[in-house]
Design a binder for this molecule. Sequence first.
Ligand code: BEZ
Ligand code: FE
Length: 289
Amino acid sequence: MRNLDENTITDEAIRRLEGCKDARFKEILTSLTRHLHEFAREVKLTEAEWMQGLEYLTAVGKKCDDKRQEFILLSDTLGLSMLVVALNNAKPPGCTEATVFGPFHTDKASDFRNGDDLAQGASGEPAFVRGTVRGLDGKPVPGAVIDVWQADGDGIYDVQYTDKDGALFARGRLRSEADGRYWFRSILPEFYSIPTDGPVGDWIARAGRHPFRPAHLHFMIQAPGYERLITHVFRGDDKYLDSDAVFGVRSSLVSDWVRHEPGTAPDGTRMDKPYYTLDFDFVLAPAGK
Ligand code: BEZ
Ligand code: FE
């Protein structure tokens, strides 16, 4: 086919996929081609703008390394990551909702026992977190692996520091007890900025958007017979709950960290400064439903 114009080229580009044997790959490429072409037609993309876009994507790629994933951040800030979470995590009513994974999880986190202090020296106000992991039938889930991670009191994740010899803090892995309960000490989460020193920071500034995420604690919970849950618990008093830079807030995940005057903490520790407590129960969806 030759003499293609702005109206006929899309069908021809899709027709060239006829020989593709992988049905799912073909479906995705067909739709991608149709939407990309339609986008260019709709905004009447100029050649200069198209080149600017390609240079932008090149810069996003160049910013990526084994510690920094600028493409995920781009997807997060466009709302694409949360859209994919929503498409793939429809759970039966009553289950804890999922939200975005984010780039700051690491498999290298240490194992802790219930009651331990996950802060490991991280800056921030002391906080005690406790709850129960249950199935949809209300039965406790024993031995669930509970991965927890959060930014420190300055809004920075351990893995973002370049001057701390790779030390990990404010994260760890626990297991729920026989009765489904878990508890640990850590720090009060604070709102923070997503990384803005790269191309993603440039586009959100140009778009007039702020880069902040409301304060939250990340959880990943896994147990045999249940779907893996990746979620956060957000602080109810945060000013960014309705404008999260990555669109991750769900009302069911917003909770109160209760402030207490100095005294005896839930684990019996004598606290000489104010501390916070969070109670949050998780309900896991059964696997394969
Ligand atoms: C996070 O919550 O850790 C996060 C999620 C998306 C982008 C940046 C950070
Ligand atoms: Fe986070």
